[in-house]
Structure formats: C-alpha cells, structure tokens
Write a protein that binds this ligand. Sequence first.
Ligand SMILES: [Zn+2]
Length: 697
Amino acid sequence: MQGARKVHWPLRCLALKHSLRVFPNRNESEVKSYAFLFIALVACTQQQRPVVLAPVQMAAIDTSLNVGQPHNVFDTQRDDPFATTNRIDWPGPNRYRSSGGSPGPDYWQQRADYTIVASLDTGTTELTGSVQINYTNNSPDTLRYVWLQADQNLYRTGSKGSALFPADSRWGVRGFEGGYTFNDVRVNGTSVQPRINDTMMRLDLPAPLMPRGGKTTIAIKYSFRVPEHGSDRMGRDSSLYELAQWYPRMAVYDDVRGWNTDPYLGQGEFYLEYGDFDYSVTVPAGYVVAGSGVLQNPEDVLTAEQRRRLASAAASSTVVQVITQAEAAAAKTRQTTGTKTWRFRARSVHDVAWAGAPDFRWDATSWSGILMQSYYEFPKSGKAWEQAAEQTQWTIRQYSELFFPYPYPQATSVAGPVGGMEYPMFVMVGYGTDDPASIFGTVNHEHGHEWFPMIVGSNERRYAWMDEGINTYLNAFANEARYPGQSAYPGYLRNWVAAVTSGTQSPLMTAPDNIDPTALGAIGYRKPALVLLTLRNHVVGADLFDRAFRDYIRAWAFKHPTPGDFFRRIENGTGEDLSWFWRSFFYTTDVLDIAIDSVAMQSSEGQNFAKISLHRLTSVPFPVRFRVAYADGTAEDFSLPVNIWARGNRFDAIVPARGKVTGVRLWPDPSVPDWNPANDTWGTPPPANARGPVTRK
Ligand SMILES: [Zn+2]
C-alpha cells in the first residue's frame, strides 16, 4: 500500500472524501431555494439505475496460493495482547453499553458544534482562521478542563510523529516545519492559556462544566502554514490545496476512557465528536472550492450558468459538466484579483474538510436526491476522472442499498496529491491514470468510509479494523458487483499471508500507530475484511451475519461503538458464542491450520462409516466442513461445529458412508483461509467448488 500510486482493485485505501452539496439554503431567495429543492427531490426519488461502466478486465489473479510449508507462526511474546503496549477496551456491559451490543439506557456522548471562519493566503501558503466551538457536556461528570486536537503540531520540530515515522515515509513530515500558532484562546469569553502536549491541547475551564447538558463556548484564533505533503491526509500541489485537520478539534470524552488523548502521529487516524458545522473559507477570487456539507451561498461564488448546470445535475442520473475542460483551462490563466468566500454547512458529522483550485473541472450527477460530484485538474488528473462522478454515484448507491442509506445530501470526490483520504461527504483521491480502475478502487474505498467511520463513529486511532478493516469488508461487496466474476478473496489473503511470512504482523487489536507500516495494509485492512468474510460465509452464514451487521450499523449510527459492542452485537444477532473467533483472529496472530491425519472405514450393524481423523495444528479452532468422494464417483459433504475442538486438538469424525471412501477434502468451498492446503486432503480428493465471489448470499 505504501506509496503505491497505481490503484488496482483490490485497492488500497486510506483517504477520503467530502464534497459539497449545492442545494441552496436560506441565504438566497427562499422561493427559489425551495423550488429548487422540490424539483431536485422529485426528480431524484425515482431511483433510476445509474449509468454503469463496462467492467474493466483486471489482471489475472494467481489463485495458486503457495503459502509454503507449515511453520511456527505463533510467537507468544508478540501475540500476547497483554505483552504489547496496546490497551484492550472491552467495556461493560453496563448502563452505557448493553450486553446485547447496543447503546445502553444511559448511553451518552458529547456534542461539538463548530463555526469556522478561515482564509487561505496562497502567496504565503498560510491558513488563518477562527473557530468557535459550542461544546455540550452530556456526560455524568463535571469537567474542569477539556482536550482538543491540534493536529498541525505534527509538523512542529521534535513532534512525536516526526520521531516515529521516517521523514520521507508516507506519514512522514518531509522536513516541513509548521504547526499551529494560537493567538487568542477564550472559554466563555475569558482568555485562557492553552497547555500543549504534542498534538493535544488542554484548556482549563474558568468555571466547572456541569454534567448532563452543561454548555461552554471555546473560541480560538489560529494560523498555520500548509504543508505540501500533509502526511498523505492533506496538502497542496502548486495552486491546488487540500485542507484537512485544519482547525482545532475537540477530543472525544467517553465512558470508556474519559479523554481520548492519543496524539496524532500520522499513521493512526481520528476520533471526533458529532455536531453541526458552519464554515466559511475565503480564497482567491478565481478559486473553486469543494468541501464537506452543502454550499450555502452559490449566488456569491458560482456563475448563473454553473448554478443552472448544478440544478440540472441534481435532477439527473447522468453526469453533467458544471465546469468543462475548456472553461477550466481558461480559468487557469485568467488573472483575478480579490477574494471570494465560500460558505458550507454540514450536519451530524464529526469533521469537515475542503479543497480549492483555480482550474478544477467539475462534474455532477445524482441518485436518490443525493448530489454526487467530482473535481479534478486536467490533464494532471488522468482521464479516468471523467468517470469519477459516476463512480461516486455507483458507490454511494451500492452501499446505501446493501448496508444503510447514505444520510448526507451530497458526496464529493476530489483529485489531488493525497493518495486517498476520507472526510464526511468529501474524499481525496490521487490523480490516477487514464484507466478507470486506477481510481475506482480508491473512490470506492474512500466513500465506503462514509459508513465507517463517518456514520458509525468508532475510534480510528485505536482500532484500524473497525474503520479500514470493516470498510475493506464493504469494498469486497462493491468490487465483486462492479467487476462480475472477480473475487476479493485471493488479494486479501495474499496480503495477510505476506504479513505472516515476513514476520511483520500483529494482532488486529493493535493500535494503528503500533502496526508495522509495511503490514498496515494487511493488519488494518485486508485481514480484518477477510476474517469478517470468513465469519459470514463459513461460521454463522450470510443471512444471519448480514442481518446482525446491518443491525450493528443501525444501533451505532452517529455514535461511538467499541470493539466489545461490535462483538456483542454480532453474537446476539447470529446466536453464536464467537469468543473463540475474536480471540483467534483479533487478539492473536495465529492462523488456521486443520489437517486430515488419516481416514479409515468402519462398519457397525450393517452400516458403513468413515472415520476421518482431524488434527488442529495451531491454536485456532474452526468449524469443519469436508467433502467425501466415493468409489462410485459421487461425493457427499459433512459439517462439524467448532465445539469439536473444545477438549483438544484432535477429533475423529465418524460419518455414515454410502460406499467406499476414496478421497476426502477439507473446505469444499476454497475460500476458507487454511494456512496449509497440502494437509487438507486425503486419497484422491473430490473437486472443490469453483472459486467465485465471496460476497454472494
Ligand atoms: Zn481507508
């Protein structure tokens, strides 16, 4: 993943998104606004099928996974979750988090509503802003101080992140010296002295903040120089700016840990409070700005023709060019003076980000009342970007129909130097090539993050698997639907195997900043996706898992679930005690390796039986399926529950046999991640099922 600019499915991820939505709001003529909205909604409720591109033939996948001979992959020291610096949070059950895996009767979370006014000086590459945060303490605790995230301090000399990640690495700071300057920090109008701890900032409150609804207002004036390489999460390229982590943000105070003060080191992502945002960015007059939320003042910043085209796009399932190539090219060289201010609002989100450039091409379309947009400089962005609006539309529709309806009014994809990064309603995607697949994987992945962690707001800084991993699980569904006949399985498995064989893996519960950067793709993304697919397909069944999984999203939408909440919700919904599964695949690095030791025939009272002696070679138990071949050329499948491993690592399966057994094969379906296929067969084994998609019912 690292540095891989060419994005093929199955993808790399890591970046995201946001876009603007341009349904007019109150600032303009009310009549016009509501008429526009009405037209847009009527036109878009018809759920037309999106235009779907012809599938792109992917490179042939090597399905002969040569994972080598079994060897000792279990490293006690490394695999003991208590032997790492990693915290284990599986709280409750209690009044906040129920035994059923849903928010309890006394569940609470803090609320942070932001008003941000900022201006970008492209001459000095400096952003200057002021933020007002209306913070509501819904906790049962009286707060005497609060913590905020000052992410730009990653670029201060001597920051923790700059010590941990090499300067030239993906998350590195590239020698850039920046960081926040805070000019005026006030709480309820009283000036306070911030206490800075790396990327975290503590404010002592002049008066205690009362529990259960107490409110306080924090106002901060700040500035920072925009790094060119913002650790692949923000940055700039010539006149193009991608702004994220661009204002001080409230740290999360929760019932699990109190203040979540893990610093921003680069590799670990974010954990933020939900609220509503109203933000304005002032940029050179020639700039076009894309951002999270809905543009509030299109009449101030767009031409009449652009507004007309947007209205058309909002009512169209095909792509409309809001700014054409010729218009973008002309804008690039046009001299402008002065500035313009773009104002956006976003509701029920935990962050906002934006991008600006003078020469964006801008495409838009819609589905189900949601405006889908893409912004890209051409030809710096590959020709694939002409399909990005449709790819965005396809993605949002796919996940809405499969998992949970997209709750936001718009979705935006922006091309730029950031390889892939997600924000609410707005994703940043690398420039790509002329091949649509060069951006589809990333567009699809980043917008998948709208569900995890934008809708389901888990702690990304602690649990990559709840963010990247579950998102990569979603991506398997999208990719197999987009490219029929392809399977997500081999690529995901290959990545996991590589981390095992290279000795770089760590348990999925490892905090992302503690994961070996070369194994981040495996441990943060593909192993969790693959083990969830395995759980769905080979342990609890697709129907029960899909119900439980959707139920988890519904239960935790716009809230802060922990791993325990996920585990409990899935166990409750599927009716299975899955402790063995979580322990094996989330808390250790051991792999599944079950073997057939021998097969013998027995008979009793005229009935023939086959005794299949099974041997579990690792600590990982797993329900067993095998296919028996008979001398007459027929075959028969048998299943055994995971409970067979409760008392040891050997089990003799004695099954009624229709005739003489000539061969046996473990895992008739070849998408079970057994480490060593060489010991999975006996005799002349019957054929396995054909490899196919792993997201089918
Ligand atoms: Zn990602």
